[in-house]
Design a protein around this ligand. Structure first.
Ligand code: FMN
Length: 276
């Protein structure tokens, strides 16, 4: 595809996707100011989108689905995507199957026609931190994963700059993804989650209130409460200095520090201002 003027729009809970999209976009020659999180002001994004020929849309794989916050955003602003080239970039921990095709399917469902498309999936460490069976990777494996991810992102940018498209996700993987994940978990991820738990270790530091992308937390009386509109991104559980927040599990096993631990110096926005 011919990139032309490009912009990137991403959602990233703990920084993997932000790291990936920034590296990828830089390799494609995208102006850094055109790489924006969906948490930025809509007017700012809209202004850039309209002059872009190519949109890079980046998000983490959540159980072979688009994070609800991202899916809703794309559905709401689907008209932005009309007539553009689309490149999807998915970060995942174990497998992503056809996750990079999900945005394209969503746009087709909204009857939005786009020009050419590419889809790319890149492996990163997992950020689900409250399930006993899911263990944090040892540092050497994390470093290996990072090198692999960097190589993949750099190669992919080269391929696209040569005018070719990438299709990591395949249509035939759709039934596989259904049988492996969507059949069991789609209902869990399709709606905003209502059961985020805040335990008695909470010291009301307010970090979750300020950093939740859904504004799901509020101070009521002398306690932090959740409002039942969690996108299940795990940013709060990974950030909480008291390990007081859990989503699916009941105990924080470890906290994923994102690309900081991963060695990414370009990132840090997610963790800046964080009082560990
Ligand atoms: C709710 C949830 C579900 C996830 N499901 C999967 C999955 O099905 N397969 C997978 O490989 N990774 C899965 N992951 C891991 C993330 O996709 C991965 O860690 C991603 O890089 C996180 O990106 P971020 O740091 O930009 O938020 C899941 C993470 C969360 C929070």
């Amino acid at each position: 595809m011919k990139i032309g003027n490009a912009m990137a729009l991403y959602f990233s809970a703990t920084g993997n996707t932000e790291y990936a999209v920034k590296r990828f976009a830089r390799n494609l020659g995208v102006y850094f100011g055109n790489v924006l999180s969906i948490e930025a002001k809509v007017e700012k994004i809209e202004h850039i989108v309209f002059s872009a020929d190519t949109l890079i849309i980046a998000y983490p794989n959540f159980l072979c689905a688009i994070p609800k916050i991202m899916g809703d955003y794309i559905a709401k602003y689907a008209r932005w995507f009309e007539g553009k080239n689309i490149i999807t970039l998915v970060t995942y921990a174990k497998f992503s199957l056809d996750a990079d095709l999900l945005v394209l399917r969503l746009l087709k469902k909204k009857r939005i026609s786009f020009r050419e498309c590419s889809g790319l999936s890149v492996q990163f460490p997992i950020n689900v931190c409250d399930i006993e069976l899911i263990k944090q990777l040892p540092d050497d494996e994390t470093a290996g994963l990072r090198e692999k991810a960097d190589r993949r992102l750099d190669e992919a940018a080269k391929i696209i700059l040569q005018g070719q498209n990438i299709h990591d996700g395949k249509e035939w993987q759709r039934p596989v993804a259904f049988l492996r994940q969507r059949m069991f978990y789609l209902n869990r991820i399709k709606y905003y989650y209502k059961k985020v738990k805040i335990n008695e270790n909470c010291v009301r530091c307010g970090l979750c209130i300020s950093r939740c992308p859904m504004k799901n937390f509020e101070m009521r009386g002398k306690k932090v409460h959740q409002k039942g509109k969690c996108t299940q991104c795990y940013r709060c559980a990974n950030l909480c200095p008291q390990n007081a927040i859990t989503i699916w599990g009941h105990k924080v096993q470890w906290q994923y520090r994102g690309p900081e631990k991963f060695g990414g110096s370009e990132n840090g926005r997610v963790f800046r201002n964080c009082r560990f």
